[in-house]
Design a binder for this molecule. Structure first.
Ligand code: ADP
Ligand code: MG
Length: 307
């Protein structure tokens, strides 16, 4: 808890005393002040001694009264407010509001992400919070299988594929949060973005090596949107292959999301040149993907831009 600084204007004898007397009278009747006095087992005389401090405290408190949530916060720092503490001295302190405390708890698991490319609004997703009302039976059945996998993880992960916007990333984010909440180390990689970042830090030896090592050793990894990246031999053979190979060897839980099924992902990895070597390398990387995951179609329509 941080100490706060109230901005108390100088109070001189020349100032309007009647106003102060009126203020003190009002404060002494206020239920919040009375509660404060009772709670802290102190004397009401304190209000006479520190009317400005109490008035300011009340001001701040009233701003929080009836607040529906963090998005409506009117305090200078969202989710924090200045409070008063009685410890023999009347001390201003900064506190975190109940909404912020709840939110902090909801995203506490984020410390377990070694790499996190998921959008911020996915941080508190939970599979059990997915609304099934109005969903198709196919989607519901798919969700049940996902939940079943999470409760009883198999050696092979899930390769969620399907059309754009059906909710593959959403489900994979729920899974990643599920494991992060259980204290597992997790990496959620948005493949095209991550590859661009890796290209940019290739020369910064340390950053590059550390990042690769995180993805190799994480307990659970989601490769989100694999197949949407532009493939070069370096991306396929030097970047992705060693990671997938290592995770396969160590039987580490790995999921993918993609718009492509296994067959079109293999074509995607064939690159532009048609020769036997390319063919072999595409087969080789797909073998790793297949060893790590089972193809699993997510049914449904594009949910983007739905009201
Ligand atoms: P995909 O990865 O399949 O392209 P996303 O997971 O990005 O699709 O989902 C598309 C949009 O639909 C996102 O805005 C996401 O928040 C929303 N969405 C996905 N699944 C659900 C769901 N079960 N309930 C509510 N919104 C969802
Ligand atoms: Mg997606």
């Amino acid at each position: 808890m941080k100490k706060a600084q109230f901005d108390i204007p100088a109070f001189t004898k020349n100032q309007n005393k009647t106003q102060t007397v009126l203020l003190v009278e009002q404060l002494k009747k206020d239920e919040h002040i009375l509660n404060f006095i009772k709670r802290n087992n102190c004397s009401i005389d304190l209000v006479e001694k520190y009317p400005i401090k109490f008035n300011k405290w009340l001001d701040v408190k009233m701003k929080c009264e009836n607040c529906p949530g963090l998005n409506s916060c009117v305090q200078p720092v969202k989710g924090q407010f200045q409070d008063l503490e009685w410890n023999g001295l009347l001390t201003p302190v900064i506190r975190t509001c109940r909404y912020q405390v709840t939110q902090n708890k909801e995203v506490a698991h984020m410390v377990n992400y070694l790499v996190c490319d998921m959008p911020k609004h996915f941080y508190n997703l939970k599979i059990e919070d997915i609304q099934i009302r109005g969903e198709s039976k196919d989607y519901f059945d798919a969700l049940l299988k996902v939940v079943d996998w999470l409760k009883n993880p198999k050696e092979r992960g899930l390769y969620l594929y399907g059309s754009v916007g059906v909710g593959k990333t959403y489900i994979a984010a729920c899974a990643a949060n599920y494991f992060a909440r259980k204290g597992k180390k997790v990496a959620f990689i948005q493949v095209p973005d991550w590859i661009s970042r890796m290209k940019n830090c290739f020369d910064a030896d340390d950053t590059f090596t550390k990042e690769i090592s995180k993805v190799k050793r994480a307990d659970f990894v989601v490769f989100d949107d694999i197949g949407a990246e532009s493939v070069t031999p370096w991306v396929r053979d030097e970047l992705l292959f060693p990671i997938l190979n290592k995770r396969m060897e160590e039987k580490k839980m790995t999921w993918f999301t993609s718009n492509e099924d296994f067959v079109s992902l293999e074509n995607h990895f064939r690159n532009t040149k048609q020769n036997d070597q390319e063919e072999m390398k595409a087969v080789r990387i797909l073998e790793r993907v297949k060893a790590l995951s089972n193809e699993f179609q997510i049914p449904g329509k594009n949910r983007r831009n739905q009201g």
